[in-house]
Design a protein around this ligand. Sequence first.
Ligand SMILES: C[S@@+](CC[C@H](N)C(=O)[O-])C[C@H]1O[C@@H](n2cnc3c(N)ncnc32)[C@H](O)[C@@H]1O
Length: 255
Amino acid sequence: MQNPDMTKEYSYRDSHNYSTKGAEYETYYQTQRWERFLWSREQEIIKQILEKYYAGRDIHLLDFACGTGRITSFLEEHVKTSTSVDVSASMLAIAREKLKRTEIIEADITVDNVFKGRKFNLITAFRFFVNAEPSLRVAAMQALSKLLSDDGYFVFNNHQSYGSPWIKLLYMRHQKKNSQSIFNVMTIDEMNELVEDVGMKILKIYPAGFSHPPKIAVPQVLTSAVEKICCKFKSLTLFSESPIAVCGWHNRAIK
Ligand SMILES: C[S@@+](CC[C@H](N)C(=O)[O-])C[C@H]1O[C@@H](n2cnc3c(N)ncnc32)[C@H](O)[C@@H]1O
């Protein structure tokens, strides 16, 4: 679902293209309780994905829209080769300070064919698709699908899932205010459509983020306890705020 305020000229490509954005993004992640909690959940989930889908296999990673290298830096030690790509020089400046053995590429893969026939068996894309406008979502998916090996997995998240009651509330409030700012949300069905359009399917969804406290300093142990309980019930997956999907080619067996 896209925010109707989005103008034709707007492209998410340009959203992080100013000199202080990288530093701002880093500070945001270090200071925001909820983001820090979600990041800890994401790390747990990524570990589970590596154990389930990559046990005993070499991993060749492409972290798309890597930004400041949050996801790449966590994965770097677990993979054989590590490559990350982003359009923002300011985000990549921070990534360069963090990453030790990653090939870092500044490019827009929807426009430039920088990988020229290379394939990766793990492609990650975090905090990108829900933010991107529809044409960019499609272009990025098409470009990424050409880079995924036959036995590879594409892992992406939707950090503003419309199934989450909290996100629904924020979205409705935003619509009511008719604010000029952009607040996109995405449903699980839209996540499905995105990958199905390029011949992939979602193999598994890992829920993350069940109890977003509105500006209240809830102790992390409590947030974690609620998260643990909710994760036990598969039927609650749809209600999580930031689900992570593992996708593979259509003929892949569901694991
Ligand atoms: C919110 S950041 C996410 C960074 C990182 N994946 C994370 O989860 O921390 C989104 C990133 O997408 C990048 N981006 C936007 N359009 C892009 C494109 N067409 N190609 C590559 N990166 C793009 C932005 O520059 C920005 O760094």
